[in-house]
Design a protein around this ligand. Structure first.
Ligand SMILES: [Cu+2]
Length: 346
């Protein structure tokens, strides 16, 4: 009995020792990497819609913690192969999975839409190449290469920090060029607006550009109404166009409605469709609530996906009949300071 107990004790001790060694080995192999989601200028007008960096090599068992760095929302999402990219980003994959969830390709993992200062961690237990997507921005994606722990990794954390900085710098420099072009030449809105009427002013509702790396795509967005105060005479029309391939906006006068995607107009007014497909409202009073719904650059075609109708609406026109000052916002990006006004003279 005594002998047996001793044996048991020794066995337990050895087992604990082995487990302990195994555990400490595992801890050494499991590294956490850091990356960033989104970035912005101080006044939030310029948004980097990007995973920074957007391509990372790690070992199986490692984790990555993403820190969100913009007022605009994004998600960190890993869909399974064959899964359809969902329309409703508020539901996660669906569903949302807690930070620290493992992803090995067998079931999806997704954060909620997150914003400035929040973090989300994913653990990668199995080797494989995985695409990271943002459910809010379809043109924002990258690649995580998970290698067997016996293989060397091409970069260390300091290299990724440097790559993230360089990618961000490139995006923001492009944004600077576009902003300079738009604000100092006032040519953008005129160049891209449809002069369907001689008495029409044009406003650019957002500008953006997509860039690519080998691992995915990212973009910058200038989240502003450029030339955001326009002055017209009663009876004239203002046209808004969106020159951002990534981000949709709205033009919203008065109360922001529940449904941000579809146009609405109340009381005593309607949003109609012009022959060229542009949405058109007539505002007769500063008390009217007029909402364009989603206005975006036309969506790209995708191989294997059937041709759809021309969608979404790319232009919004408002004819103002009554003198006054008409402030408006983008219902999606009011929090980033995206607003404007139309001053209507007699
Ligand atoms: Cu907007």
């Amino acid at each position: 009995m005594k002998v047996r107990k001793t044996f048991q004790t020794r066995f337990v001790l050895v087992a604990l020792l082995v487990a302990g060694l195994g555990f400490s080995n595992a801890v050494q192999a499991q590294q956490n990497w850091n990356a960033t989601v989104g970035a912005q200028s101080a006044n939030m007008s310029k948004q980097a819609v990007a995973f920074l960096p957007n391509e990372i090599w790690i070992h199986a068992g490692d984790s990555i913690t993403w820190t969100f760095a913009s007022g605009d929302i994004h998600s960190v999402t890993f869909l399974t192969v064959g899964q359809v990219y969902p329309f409703d980003f508020t539901q996660g994959c669906p569903p949302m999975t807690p930070s620290g969830s493992p992803f090995d390709g067998s079931s999806c993992v997704s954060s909620a839409p997150l914003t400035l200062g929040q973090t989300y961690q994913v653990i990668f237990p199995a080797a494989g190449n995985y695409e990271i997507v943002c459910l809010v921005h379809a043109q924002m994606f990258g690649t995580i290469h998970v290698l067997d722990p016996s293989l060397p990794l091409p970069y260390d954390q300091a290299s990724y920090d440097e790559q993230a900085k360089e990618q961000l710098k490139a995006l923001l420099e492009d944004a600077d060029l576009r902003q300079h072009h738009a604000e100092h030449q006032h040519s953008m809105a005129d160049m891209f607006s449809a002069k369907v009427s001689s008495s029409m002013k044009s406003v650019t509702a957002g500008v953006g550009e997509i860039a690519a790396t080998a691992g995915g795509q990212q973009s910058f967005s200038l989240v502003r109404f450029i030339n955001n105060t326009v002055t017209i005479h009663a009876g004239h029309t203002v046209e808004w166009t969106n020159l951002d391939p990534e981000i949709g906006h709205t033009i919203t006068f008065g109360t922001v409605p529940q449904d941000l995607i579809d146009p609405s107009c109340s009381p005593n007014c309607v949003v109609t469709t012009d022959p060229d497909g542009a949405l058109h409202a007539t505002i007769t009073s500063t008390q009217q609530n007029v909402h364009s719904g989603l206005i975006a650059a036309l969506l790209e075609d995708e191989p294997g996906v059937p041709q759809g109708p021309v969608y979404p609406p790319t232009r919004f026109r408002v004819t103002f009949t009554t003198p006054g000052t008409y402030p408006y916002v983008c219902a999606f990006h009011d929090n980033l300071g995206m607003d404007g006004q139309v001053i209507v003279l007699p």
